[in-house]
Design a protein around this ligand. Structure first.
Ligand SMILES: C[S@@+](CC[C@H](N)C(=O)[O-])C[C@H]1O[C@@H](n2cnc3c(N)ncnc32)[C@H](O)[C@@H]1O
Ligand code: SF4
Length: 467
């Protein structure tokens, strides 16, 4: 393996310390704290109608949130609900069908074809094969799926059967993503998630046999009882499976927001030095295994579409993660889901019962959101390019938005000069290029293009640490 000192992704400690501040992950810009909490339903409908008018020829991406889980993983930060109530699941599906109908009624689905579908959770494979089929058929009866669309879902290996995989493949799903986190038995015990290696290996082998194009697995560092030695073992087991993509997440421990996280005792968490060692080792090891380091926390095999899309500068990112689909509007269904439209974000209520109640009378269940100004859209594009293709070509932005980049962003370019001195970016007359070192600190680079952060008093917004 390349020694850590000569690995370009390893950031010297003094630079890490300098930049290890709290910062947004920029899954959206403007970030969620800037959105309004009081979006009226008629406003939301007007936004959807305007989007359909202005973007009549732009394709669609569709997201469905399925919040249910069988068992609680104590680290879980997702919007999920542990339940055994099948009647609740059925009522939720009925509400989803109503929402899909109402939104579809406002969209010209014959012109706006679907390039991407993703089901996230929670655990979408909480649904049995019959429910999966019913939901998929509902979506595709109202929206037209293109033959080469990306159709993916998140699954939880301990509750996913071969029969469900066969159903998914038959319906047209072609990519899957699943959590591993860590294979170590002590770590699994401490987070209440028992997931044997053999089970995950066999499930992935089945995905391949069925012909799924891409399998992603999630790993997490910073979990209780994790050590570098144990994580090395996990990485060597993952190597035998060789997922097409790997997401490596930093565990966000926020018990003040998610009460169940207090089941994890603080004293069992690895300290900052051990966490950093795990992170640095994991990067080096995945490079050794042949993965490309795509962005903040994503890796992909060289032949995987994420790597090729990054190389040809077509990679994009939305709430569903990295994607190779070019310009599309994302319409989302279900509790807490976020629609990402050209000029607006709309987020549904986060409470499952409220969602089911609302959908009995209302056309949408939107609670939060924001209409984007021209400046928001411009900055969103710059940030997206930094995160996805690691370069901002000034001329592309100038053509798209009718500005002179160096004038519009004079202050930001000046502010990036110290980052250039620290080797995070290269500033050329025509481009801003992110270096390998800068890839680790992408949030710090993007923060300079965030017009809201500059107006926020220190401590007013609570974000996780950038590394
Ligand atoms: C919806 S879950 C994955 C699908 C499925 N429910 C499962 O657990 O396998 C999405 C991923 O988010 C990550 N995640 C969950 N809670 C997190 C937290 N507190 N901090 C960082 N990542 C987290 C995990 O890696 C998890 O696999
Ligand atoms: S990690 Fe996955 S399975 Fe575990 S509680 Fe969260 S959403 Fe459910």
């Amino acid at each position: 393996m390349t020694p850590l000192s000569s690995n370009p992704f390893i950031v010297p400690r003094e630079i890490l310390d300098k930049y290890n501040t709290a910062g947004p992950r920029y899954t959206s810009y403007p970030t969620a704290p800037e959105w309004r909490d009081d979006v009226r339903l008629d406003e939301a409908l007007a936004i959807i109608d305007a989007n359909n008018r202005e973007r009549a020829d732009v394709p669609l991406s569709l997201y469905v949130h399925l919040p249910f889980c069988h068992k609680l993983c104590y680290y879980c930060g997702c919007n999920m609900l542990v339940t055994k109530k099948q009647d609740l699941v059925e009522r939720y599906l009925a509400a989803l069908f109503v929402e899909i109908d109402h939104v579809a009624n406002r969209i010209d689905a014959s012109r706006r074809k679907v390039v991407q579908i993703h089901w996230g959770g929670g655990t979408p494979t909480y649904l049995n094969s019959e429910q999966i089929t019913r939901l998929f058929n509902k979506l595709t009866s109202r929206f037209e799926l293109l033959p080469d669309a990306e159709v993916s879902l998140e699954l939880h290996p301990p509750v996913t059967s071969f029969e469900q995989l066969e159903t998914l493949k038959r319906l047209g799903f072609n990519r899957v993503s699943m959590g591993i986190q860590d294979f170590d038995p002590d770590v699994q015990q401490a987070v209440n998630r028992i997931q044997p290696y053999e089970q995950t290996r066999d499930l992935i082998a089945k995905c391949r046999e069925l012909g799924f194009i891409s399998v992603n697995t999630d790993l997490m560092y910073g979990l209780p009882h994790q050590t570098l030695e144990k994580f090395k073992k996990t990485l060597s087991l993952v190597e035998t499976i060789r997922p097409d993509r790997i997401a490596l997440f930093n565990y966000a421990h926020v018990p003040w927001l998610k009460k169940h996280m207090s089941m994890i005792k603080e004293e069992t968490l690895p300290g900052p030095d051990e966490k950093l060692e795990i992170f640095e080792f994991a990067i080096a090891d995945m490079l050794r295994q042949g993965y490309h380091y795509i962005g903040m926390d994503h890796f992909a095999l060289p032949e995987n579409e994420l790597s090729t899309a990054q190389a040809d500068r077509s990679l994009r990112r939305n709430f569903m993660g990295y994607t190779t689909c070019l310009d599309s509007d994302l319409y989302s269904f279900g509790v807490s889901s976020i629609s990402d439209l050209d000029r607006a974000y709309l987020q549904n209520t986060r409470n499952v019962n409220d969602y089911i109640e609302w959908m009995k009378t209302a056309e949408v269940a939107v609670k939060r959101g924001m209409v984007l100004s021209d400046d928001d859209r411009l900055r969103r594009e710059v940030i997206n390019r930094l995160f996805c293709i690691l370069v901002v070509e000034k001329s592309v932005i100038e053509t798209q938005f009718g500005i002179t980049f160096d004038d519009y962003f004079a202050k930001e370019l000046k502010a990036l000069e110290p980052l250039a001195e620290d080797g995070l970016v290269v500033l050329t007359p025509s481009e801003i290029q992110v270096t390998p070192r800068g890839q680790i600190l992408l949030r710090n680079i993007a923060m300079h293009f965030d017009a809201y952060l500059a107006k926020t008093a220190p401590g007013e917004r609570r974000f996780s640490k950038t590394i």
